[in-house]
Write a protein that binds this ligand. Sequence first.
Ligand code: 3PY
Ligand code: MG
Length: 253
Amino acid sequence: MKFTLKEKLQGDDPLIGTILTLPSTEVAEIISSLGYDWVFIDAEHSALDVSQVGLLLQAIAPGCSGVVRVPAQDEVWIKKVLDLGVEGIIVPNVKTAAEVKNIVEMCHYPPAGTRSVGIARAHTYGLTFGQYMKTANDDLTVIIQLEHREAFENIDEILKVPGFDAVFIGPYDYSASVGKTGQLEDGEVQREIARINGKCRRRKIPVGIFGMNARAVKEYVLQGYMLITAGIDFLFLKETAEETLRSLRSRTY
Ligand code: 3PY
Ligand code: MG
């Protein structure tokens, strides 16, 4: 049976994902076929345009949920990505409750929101238009990304806004916003991230986070984070190629 991301988030186990940035359907197909619960297609920190994001979504293996991070809180990007038929959308750098309210509206059809009605891949080019229009508002997973000191300060107001489904913490941008770029082990950075996680958990809001590799997210898995994202497509390529070359050059096979 194929579950949507929203249904998967009701389970007890963390959903393991990784980031796709390369405009390669082969890479998307290989990675999504490995058994990942979801892939995080990153249109914020990559050169991917909307049509390339669409091709990656077409290549994703059944059972693996396609989630797209749009580059900004931008209505044009949001509506195009939703029309591609994503299971979830991540909107970066959300800082205030008013921004969350605006995002929730852009992601839902009237009367709940202001999403514009079109016919696209999400509606199987018209074949499932009626069905999609009935269920889209409920089925979509809207994920707001909190990754700035200001968002952390506004956490109580932000979490009161109805209509979003999960919070994704951006540890790198957060650390930069408090003048500690990349110092993810710093006590204050860790405490603040744990505070946000605690507030979300008390409201039963699933939380996600990114780490460069499995070790970097180990503690978050233990702490019950639900949307775990480890690694990036080009890093897997780089690390394996580097290690193979190093081993051959040094003859330490
Ligand atoms: C960050 O750490 O800032 C991120 O956006 C990770 O996805
Ligand atoms: Mg970020």
